[in-house]
Ligand binder design. Structure first.
Ligand code: ADP
Ligand code: MG
Ligand code: MG
Length: 201
């Protein structure tokens, strides 16, 4: 195909905002168990700002859409997830440069750079029971297909349940973080699932 253009990325992020609205209570419930019960409301605030901005002003390239959205997340979300997801989108957008459209392999490569930036910013690695647990397998899956990326992220989010958190607020609980699915890994799987739905629509 010709690849994914700016309008595709705007559709994806707008659909992410709708998905976050639907899942906000669930994400906040997960964060109530091992954090401070605000992950859903944090992402609602951030993705509402993203959708509002993209409704007014559609940047011309995929990279510009992602960097604008990332800036919105950083400036509107107070919690840890805002700078982390904001960095993910900004760095992915920067890696895409000014290409007018991108294929799946190029997106996987760029998203890999975005995920690496999240790891650098937060000092976490896969297995620490954070959003990275879902994001790293998503990048690997994206090398195969959008559906593989979505499945890998969802499976990885579920696989955080038996882990002890080593980063973020949940790590303060020590062993008491075991037995609960990580909210950020869950939201990461949601966003990647919406990517696959948008790409297949
Ligand atoms: P806060 O913890 O500041 O209230 P949120 O509740 O919005 O922020 O987000 C919590 C999620 O952020 C966690 O479930 C985890 O997935 C992710 N997270 C926290 N710290 C880190 C980190 N250092 N690296 C990667 N992800 C992290
Ligand atoms: Mg929280
Ligand atoms: Mg908080």
């Amino acid at each position: 195909g010709t690849g994914l253009d700016a309008a595709f990325f705007t559709r994806w992020l707008t659909a992410c905002a709708a998905a976050v609205e639907r899942e906000a209570a669930h994400l906040t419930d997960l964060d109530a168990a091992i954090g401070d019960a605000d992950h859903g409301s944090n992402l609602q605030r951030g993705f509402r700002a993203v959708a509002d901005t993209l409704a007014k002003d559609e940047p011309a390239t995929p990279g510009a859409v992602l960097t604008l959205a990332g800036r919105q997340l950083i400036s509107t979300v107070g919690g840890a997830s805002g700078p982390l997801y904001g960095t993910l989108l900004r760095r992915t957008g920067k890696a895409l440069g000014d290409a007018p459209a991108v294929g799946r392999a190029a997106l996987a490569e760029a998203l890999g750079q975005g995920v690496a930036a999240v790891a650098q910013l937060g000092g976490a690695k896969a297995g620490d029971k954070t959003m990275l647990d879902a994001l790293e397998p998503a990048v690997a899956g994206l090398g195969q297909s959008y559906a593989d990326a979505a499945r890998a992220a969802a499976d990885a989010a579920e696989a955080t349940t038996p882990l002890q958190a080593r980063k973020g607020r949940a790590s303060y609980l020590g062993e008491r973080s075991i037995g609960h699915q990580d909210p950020g890994a869950t939201s990461a799987a949601l966003l990647i699932g919406v990517l696959a739905e948008t790409a297949e629509a």
